[in-house]
Ligand binder design. Structure first.
Ligand code: AOF
Ligand code: ZN
Length: 373
């Protein structure tokens, strides 16, 4: 029997529950499981901090004997491998779950369809593909790292209507309003790491922490800084003891500057050199994937944005527009891309748009959506 409207609604609730774990479970996915019996919810669970326990195990423990004959609604294919814990597929079967409603397959080669197979082999009725598009969005980081070895990249920009992020003299606070800025902090909370270029780090002197009440997220703060130019007196360097802070440096970075930064707790990571004295951004992202990061939020500036866009390394755009105009002498959000003809136009697909105070937030997906199921 296909998923009932109640099961579909429960899946949407489960996706919302799982979303609350984003930014806290890498390199694992955030998976939620809601257990239904006789038309009501008897248990719900999601993946623990750091990626364990798995969501199904949390929900099954809460359900106890109520799990017998019940339906489990799970936001990703239950795992089939013996890790620190036995496979969730087996745990669901042992608990007596009669039906599993789920979304997309888990691309981890230890799972990859075998979770669903194990459930069916145990006599459990399995419905796949429910809310699949939303599950791809939820699991984009995990899926992208599994497929491409790098985190999913969301480029966040806050601009005027004509795409400017600062005046010619560098004045940038504030172009968007309070509600948009709060939303931007919430986006940090759902990320494993936040990345800026060295120019932005020098000019804005940002802290890149997540300052929203009741949220204790601590995304890794990363600066793409080929020459290790970050000042040891910057906010980032001065708070490196309290918040993980990484510097992506190129081969030409001076040992002396690196030592000064490392002595205050900044971690330096070597990356291959790229064009125009910058970093090889594909190599940088692969390195971050190797460190276990699945969701990377890039907050500018214009050169880093252009570098990632031209290398086709941006998966999602989060574009905040303020109802204002600055003119072409102001700083553009995206530096030169070298586009000569419309055939090279970078076109995105709109996922959603909403109003935040007087500003507007548009979420867009890159055409080569790296996260296809
Ligand atoms: C689930 N439920 O809540 C999660 C799953 O290192 P381990 O043993 O924790 O396994 C990690 C893998 O388990 C990960 O790559 C992914 O395939 C799956 N994650 N599976 O059924 C969960 N977090
Ligand atoms: Zn599992």
């Amino acid at each position: 029997m296909p998923a009932t409207p109640f099961e579909q609604a429960t899946m949407r609730a489960a996706l919302g529950l799982a979303r609350r774990g984003l930014g806290r479970v890498a390199p694992n996915p955030s998976v939620a499981c809601i257990i239904l019996k006789d038309g009501r919810v008897v248990a719900r669970g999601r993946t623990g901090e750091g990626g364990r326990p798995h969501g199904e195990a949390v929900a099954l423990a809460q359900a106890g004997s109520e799990a017998r004959g019940a339906t489990a609604v799970v936001t990703l294919e239950p795992c089939a491998h013996h890790g620190k814990t036995p496979p969730c597929a087996d745990a669901l079967a042992t608990a007596g779950i009669a039906r599993v409603v789920s979304t997309i397959r888990d691309p981890d080669p230890r799972v990859a369809g075998q979770g669903f197979d194990r459930l069916r082999a145990a006599g459990i009725e399995v419905v796949e593909g429910v809310e699949a598009a939303a599950a791809v969005e939820l699991n984009l980081g995990f899926l992208t790292r599994a497929r491409l070895g790098r985190p999913a990249v969301t480029l966040k920009l806050a601009t005027t209507l004509d795409g400017r992020i600062a005046t010619r003299t560098g004045e940038s606070r504030w172009i968007t309003g309070e509600a948009a800025r709060r939303e931007a902090h919430a986006m940090r909370a759902e990320s494993d790491a936040v990345l800026v270029g060295s120019g932005t780090a020098a000019e804005d002197n940002p802290e890149l922490t997540c300052r929203i009440e009741g949220v204790s997220a601590r995304p890794v703060r990363i600066v793409a800084d080929s020459g290790a130019r970050l000042s040891p007196a910057s906010r980032l360097a001065r708070t490196a003891g309290d918040h993980p802070t990484w510097l992506l440096v190129g081969p030409a970075a001076s040992e002396e500057r690196l030592k000064a930064l490392q002595s205050v707790g900044v971690r330096a990571i070597s990356v291959a050199a790229g064009p125009n004295g910058g970093l090889d951004l594909a190599d940088a992202l692969r390195t971050l994937g190797g460190e276990g990061l699945t969701r990377l939020l890039v907050e500018g500036g214009g050169r880093l944005a252009a570098g990632l866009l031209s290398a086709r390394l941006v998966d999602r755009l989060a574009w905040f527009h303020a109802p204002a105009v600055l003119g072409s002498e102001a700083r553009p959000a995206v530096a030169e891309l070298g586009v000569e003809s419309l055939a090279e136009l970078l076109r995105f697909r709109q996922l959603s748009a909403r109003r935040l105070g007087d500003d507007r937030l548009t979420l867009l997906a890159a055409p080569e959506a790296a996260g296809k199921p």
